[in-house]
Design a protein around this ligand. Structure first.
Ligand SMILES: Cc1cc2nc3c(=O)[nH]c(=O)nc-3n(C[C@H](O)[C@H](O)[C@H](O)COP(=O)(O)OP(=O)(O)OC[C@H]3O[C@@H](n4cnc5c(N)ncnc54)[C@H](O)[C@@H]3O)c2cc1C
Length: 446
């Protein structure tokens, strides 16, 4: 029986295993050194915040694996030989495979800062990071202040986690405004305000110079590069992005770039070896997508596509239109299509509306010559994924999107609706006379 070995039990590895099982009787082994069972990485923060127990982040009961004949091996892989079809573990054992799927995710970036390996300095990616944080920052008596370095999605989550236990947080962000490489200026400003309103000491355009040792191998303070200021702290969170977790493959015969190089079929340079999820790097980005996509749903999609290929139905990874969602403290964010941040291409124009009082805003991007709708970001308003997916596929014009905006709203009925105000602002700014079209369930489910 063909033996499929998967390194990594995250969303990518587990999805491919489940779908291979649905379609075949192949022998499947999943290996991970992190945890015995798959858990939802995106829910880690809620464990620290007391909203759920770690067990609740595991979508499948422990009997699921045996019932579905998916063997689980708890071990760290040290190296891989594609040509010999074997993997070696750190404990000296080895395992052979007929097909290998690398799904080893990411690791937090470290940029060689002095003191980056001291006790109390950590990322927020693995379950072990959660355990470290629990030990280093159980409360504001043990951890009197934390400093977070790096203003992305994981950084703001870590700030929120610590804030939930009333631990003062200083947040160092290299850019002039939070995540402004991705978010348009108005949205980025809104998030800055949200961070400050939560009492977090946000420092824009400030970089870490070094982490200072207390003399016993533990951090006691950090120094800021621009000002020389020393900030005393018990925990330093390193959240300056992530990189593919592929260093164990450095001496293998598998081609690496920043990640494991793959084609659209998710095949690596070695026959019968594949890579999916955060660790995979497309030879060319698909559309405007980055070659490495470190997000949850793309790992799942890659797993689904690869399972088809492994089971004899060659299927390219075809993720469709970009979308994503996140939460910035109390503000929900959704994005569909492409809305650029500070690196806006020359052809893109944007319309921005912000609620006069609340943290609610919308940015719509469109092609400035053709008026084609390119994408939308919303803060504090939930939108329907299928509607924007359809409108993007249909290459709708921006005026049309504005007119039918009520169809896209997914907020509960009793929520205040803002489409009339948004469209009125659009008309005023652009000298248009678009009339909001009444929401139609028939159109929505067409
Ligand atoms: C705190 C946090 C919040 C996030 N929030 C969001 C969000 O809101 N939305 C979103 O889209 N994405 C979010 N992400 C990103 C998302 O979680 C990842 O994109 C996704 O989990 C990656 O899945 P994966 O299966 O590729 O890898 P992973 O989930 O990283 O799984 C890989 C597994 O392989 C194991 N492994 C690695 N190397 C070896 C080895 N040599 N031997 C054995 N085992 C190994 C790892 O330990 C790990 O268990 C978040 C990430 C974090 C850390």
């Amino acid at each position: 029986m063909e033996h499929i070995v998967i390194i990594g039990n995250g969303v990518a590895g587990v999805t491919v295993a489940r779908h291979i099982r649905k379609n075949s009787d192949k022998r499947i082994t999943i290996i991970s050194g992190e945890t015995d069972y798959f858990f939802s990485r995106t829910a880690l923060m809620y464990v620290y915040m007391g909203h759920m127990k770690f067990e609740h982040t595991q979508p499948y009961e422990s009997w699921f694996w045996k019932k579905n004949r998916i063997e689980l091996k708890s071990a760290w892989v040290e190296s891989v030989s594609g040509a010999n079809k074997s993997i070696q573990f750190t404990d000296g054992q080895s395992m052979s495979f007929d097909k290998l799927i690398i799904a080893t995710g990411s690791i937090p970036n470290k940029f060689g800062w002095p003191g980056q390996d001291l006790d109390g300095v950590q990322g927020m990616y693995h379950k072990q990071d959660l355990e470290k944080l629990e030990k280093n920052a159980p409360n504001n008596k043990v951890c009197k202040r934390a400093v977070i370095v790096g203003g992305g999605l994981i950084g703001i989550e870590m700030a929120e986690m610590l804030h939930s236990r009333h631990i003062p947080v200083t947040f160092l962000v290299r850019e002039s405004s939070f995540w402004n490489g991705v978010l348009p200026a108005g949205e980025s400003a809104l998030v800055n305000e949200e961070i400050l309103a939560n009492g977090i000491d946000l420092r824009l355009e400030q970089n870490l110079e070094e982490i200072i040792d207390d003399g016993n191998g533990k951090c006691k303070a950090i120094k800021i590069q621009e000002t020389g200021e020393i900030i005393e702290c018990d925990v330093v969170g390193l959240t300056a992005g992530v990189s593919p977790n592929v260093s164990f493959l450095k001496n293998s015969d598998i081609e690496l770039g920043r990640g494991v190089m793959v084609n659209r079929l998710l095949e690596t340079s070695v026959k019968d070896v594949y890579a999916i999820g955060d660790c995979a790097e497309q030879r060319e980005g698909i559309g405007r997508r980055r070659p490495i996509e470190a997000v949850w749903y793309t790992g799942r999609m890659m797993g689904e596509a690869l399972a088809q290929t492994i089971c004899g139905n060659a299927t390219e990874y075809n993720p469709g239109h970009w979308f994503n969602s996140a939460k910035f403290m109390d503000v929900e964010y959704q994005t569909y299509g492409w809305v650029s941040g500070s690196r806006k291409p020359e052809f893109e124009d944007q319309f921005h509306w912000r609620h006069p009082v609340e943290n609610i805003c919308v940015t719509v991007a469109y092609h400035k010559d053709t008026d084609e709708f390119l994408g939308i970001n919303t803060f504090g308003i939930r939108m329907r994924h299928e509607i924007f997916d359809r409108w993007l596929t249909e290459n709708r014009k921006v005026d049309d999107v504005m007119a039918y905006l009520k169809d896209a709203n997914f907020d509960p009925e009793f929520y205040s609706k803002h489409e009339d105000a948004i469209i009125s602002h659009y008309n005023q700014e652009r000298g248009k006379q678009i009339k909001p079209v009444k929401k139609s369930w028939k159109r929505i489910f067409a």
